[in-house]
Design a protein around this ligand. Structure first.
Ligand code: RM4
Ligand code: MN
Ligand code: MN
Length: 433
């Protein structure tokens, strides 16, 4: 294989050198302010370094809408090139060693070889994702009218087998979770019998659940609409929770932020799932209208903070069975996917660190004394604190970039990849991602 361009550590260090002075100045000022509040800024750097979020393999290719896709230069053409890009993101931000694969988009020919390729870049494989919302060229039966809930047993069996195959591939890759999101639903009133469809879902999922290894988890992802426009089978967290309970201890409910109607109180859903011991984790993204794939924190950063407020509260209270898996699930239609993923990962660490700034004793007191204004002010105090210098130093001390996007641009990575990866063989499904 010809030598592939990589951003080397020396280059990152050089770039960091140019801005370190300013960051340290900002950090000193912030540390002083936090000290007055009884908070240790150094401790927050350590916490920031502990944060992990997985990157979706499908997120490093340019996405699209159902109207068009505008491919970027130097897009990854296969799973190896996707992993190269994931490795670059990890190198610069240091919080993204996990990669989540979508099968069959990224079906490896040799799982052992792929695992080794990832390991050499400090990467590992996060949750597996099945795909029964599209037909594949070599597929016997169609998913046009559903998969795990299809009226015909043969279609359901085919979808079950596909999910079991994903788990088997995942075992070879060292994954520990399998995520099932189905597009099943109806476009028209009357098209689908609601109760029967859910019964079939459960029947199919029981077979998939039986194939889940003992030390794995099964994640159920709900979505209120799309691709079905009138109804979907796993439409909200209530149905997801019911299914997870019916299936057993290894089944959990995954929250994709974009899969809710506008204005839904997602942080409260998160709190409920934490309380019931069924929170699987997240697909982070943001959404304004019906879209489910804008960059995390780009539209509603306060909501993101409030979600992390629930997560950090649960972590500090050591809530039983609380072990959420974090992943980004975004579609980058008009930005360089590497830049979007780096910025999104940073926004998550930001919300996580800010949530650690919440004065929990003051918040509890305000809640117990029925003082809503001080309760809100306590949250806002944390949310309004600019923790950028903490995030920058956390990255830098872990070998990453103080300014990941500036460093990435200065490296001309995309330019080099455009030469290495002449287009024409892009392995991204048009439309979806
Ligand atoms: C869905 C859902 C799934 C993702 C697919 C591509 O809307 O978010 O998690 O795998 O899109
Ligand atoms: Mn998702
Ligand atoms: Mn989605």
């Amino acid at each position: 294989m010809a030598k592939h361009f990589e951003i080397d550590d020396g280059f990152i260090a050089e770039q960091n050198e140019q801005v370190r002075g300013f960051v340290e100045e900002d950090y000193e000022a912030l540390a002083k302010k936090l000290r007055r509040q009884g908070v240790d800024a150094a401790d927050l750097i350590t916490r920031a370094q502990s944060f992990r979020v997985a990157v979706p393999s499908w997120g490093v290719g340019t996405g699209g809408t159902r109207f068009a896709r505008f491919p970027g230069e130097g897009e990854p053409r296969d799973i190896y090139e996707k992993l190269e890009d994931c490795g670059t993101i990890f190198k610069l931000v240091r919080s993204t060693p996990g990669v989540s694969l979508h099968i069959p988009w990224d079906k490896p020919e040799d799982a052992g070889e792929l695992r080794e390729f990832a390991r050499a870049r400090g990467l590992h494989f996060d949750a597996m994702n099945s795909n029964t919302f599209q037909d594949q060229p070599d597929q016997k039966l169609s998913y046009k009218f559903g998969s795990l809930t299809h009226p015909e047993r043969g279609v359901r069996e085919q979808a079950i087998e596909h999910n079991i195959e994903c788990i088997e591939i995942g075992e070879r890759l060292g994954s520990k979770a399998h995520t099932v999101w189905i597009g099943d639903g109806g476009n028209f009133p009357g098209q689908q019998h609601f109760r029967r469809a859910l019964e079939r879902y459960l029947e199919s999922m029981r077979e998939i659940y039986d194939a889940i290894p003992e030390d794995w988890r099964l994640f159920i992802e709900h979505k209120f609409y799309e691709p079905a426009f009138y109804s979907t089978v796993i439409n909200d967290w209530g149905v997801s929770y019911y299914a997870a309970r019916e299936l057993g201890d290894k089944a959990f409910c995954l929250v994709d932020l974009g899969h809710h109607a506008p204005n839904v109180n997602i942080e409260m859903i998160v709190a409920r799932l934490i309380q019931f011991g069924k929170l699987a984790g997240f697909h982070f993204n943001d959404s304004k209208y019906g879209d489910d794939d804008l960059d995390a924190g780009s539209i509603k950063p306060f909501q993101l903070f409030l979600i992390f407020n629930e997560l950090v509260d649960a972590e500090l209270n050591r809530v039983p069975k609380f072990d959420p898996a974090y992943m980004l699930d975004q579609s980058h239609n008009v930005t360089d996917p590497i830049e979007s993923l780096m910025m999104s990962a940073t926004e998550l660490v930001r919300a996580f660190v800010q949530a650690h700034l919440v004065d929990r004793a003051a918040l509890t007191e305000a809640q117990e004394k029925c003082d809503p204004l001080i309760a809100l002010a306590t949250l806002k105090e944390a949310f309004n604190t600019d923790v950028s210098s903490i995030l920058a130093l956390a990255r830098e001390r872990a070998g990453g970039a103080i300014d990941p996007i500036a460093t990435y641009r200065a490296s001309s990575y995309r330019f080099h990849k455009a030469e290495e990866r002449p287009s024409g063989r892009v392995a991204v499904a048009s439309g979806i991602v």
